[in-house]
Write a protein that binds this ligand. Sequence first.
Ligand SMILES: [Mg+2]
Length: 351
Amino acid sequence: MRPGDFLALTNLPILHLIPPLNASLSRNISDTSTAYTFSRVFSSRDRKTLASTAMSRENAVIRDRESLERKTAAIRSAGASKLQVIADFDGTLTKYSINGRRGQTSHGLLQQGNTEYDEKRQALYDYYHPLEYSPTIPIEEKTKLMEEWWEKTHGLLIEGGLTFDAIKKSVADATISFRDGLVELFEYLEEKDVPVLIFSAGLADIIEEVFRQKLHRSFKNVKVVSNRMVFDNNGRLISFKGKTIHVLNKNEHALDMAAPVHDKLGDPNGSVDDYTMVKNRTNVLLLGDHIGDLGMSDGLNYDNRISVGFLNDNIEKSIESYKEAFDVVYLNDASMWGVVDLVSQLCPSNQ
Ligand SMILES: [Mg+2]
């Protein structure tokens, strides 16, 4: 999630949609210590899913299976009206690697259509990116540096005359793709009226364009909370809305920014207070690809949280810390099918 990283790009084929997984399901959580296994009763139309699920099963690591089962049972018993999903975008909903190449981020894919300004943003990336990972810079100072980086980058996008057409072209040309099973996951959650908050330090307008171009559809339960652009009547960027959301402060805003989606979906308890609505959904499924993403549920006084981490690279180095941090860890750029299955347990189709 960084402003920079320019790579050559290719467009990807339209995702083929298959029906949501609401058919009769049965499951069995095995006794193996790490693998989260289950079985389904699949119709013939779900064969593709079966193969994909088997693959995702191989890639799942669980430190405390009993704890996961306990949380799953508690969330299922509370019902879908108590559940919300909070997800990171880059590297979580999107693939880390595409045909052997590193997938691009919502910031990284952007080509301004102005080489001078693309190079200026790249120069900022080259300067600030090492600072982001510096172990010696205190957090307060690093936060200021990240603010500086994001704001300078946003300034260059305005100064360089970014247009919405350039965003559309950048996305069309981008090496970016959603994990397999994402559509089915979102469809299932939509059917259950479970809100999905996508929280990102990238650019909301780009993320939404990625949804439009790669999925050709939107979901009424999905809300993107990220840096949002303001365009003039000619489709030229003139400003950004609200406070800059960068990599070190994105979690502070999660709860504030979540309110509108809960508002739109309505609330079974009939409250008019957005915060009450957010807080009434006291069970959380959190999806991220960095341990810091766990902070996305900060400020929410949840009853139960199941966290799913996608560990995409440096697996040997990071597996122990990810296992400690997340309830379920998916390895090797796994698909979303394991999460689809988890959600079908949290919100069974017959409820
Ligand atoms: Mg990410």
